[in-house]
Design a protein around this ligand. Sequence first.
Ligand code: DGP
Length: 234
Amino acid sequence: MPRRGAFIVIEGLDRSGKSTQAATLLRRLQDAQISAKLIKFPDRTTPIGKMIDSYLRSENELDDHTVHLLFSANRWEFASSIEKSLQSGETIICDRYAFSGLAFSASKIRPGSQSYPLLDYEWCRVPDIGLPAPDITLFLDVSADVARKRGGYGEERYEKEDVQRRVRDVFVRISEHVQGGGGRWEVIDADETQEEVQEVVWKTVQELVAGVDAPLEKLWDDKREVTNVETLYM
Ligand code: DGP
């Protein structure tokens, strides 16, 4: 049977160098004659993506639950095309995925509180259950100091130091559970130079990019078999 493409997700905080690393990895794969493409979430081109874009640029206000579901819906819009590409042998590099969805939403705190969550962690995780599961997630871990030296954050809604600190805490929590149906999770020190980080990225994905024999899994799918209707509601 022909091998399918690898599904490689790159995650990290803003200023971690994700987009640069993703673009460099794509070039290297193409130079090595490996069929590959780069996708990115949020994908701001669809009608849902446009709503997300204007929310991120603070042009409109939306309820936090609504925003969370829009980000998830934006990933679901591409689920079947991701699956099709992987099955046809194309490797996908994906700049942000469901883990960003969980980290950015579950790190929100109630107004006036220092630490009380606005959205429940499990509630945030559920809408993304069943998406195509990555074969590997590379978490580019940048320190606040280095992010600051890289020119600080931009103008968008979440690009603030206290927000990024809380998001990082949730990413750490995610990394502890992700192995259960979330694929492999690799933390990469993103404080190093672009070239050094790329070398680690390249080495880490080496054995995957020749193609994957294992079937494509579903994200956070606990594989419980439902044998009758009652068990559905237990
Ligand atoms: P980017 O285009 O990669 O700079 O991402 C835009 C911003 O949106 C960034 O601050 C991270 C945040 N983000 C990405 N995905 C999600 C998501 O699914 N949910 C939430 N709440 N925020 C997200």
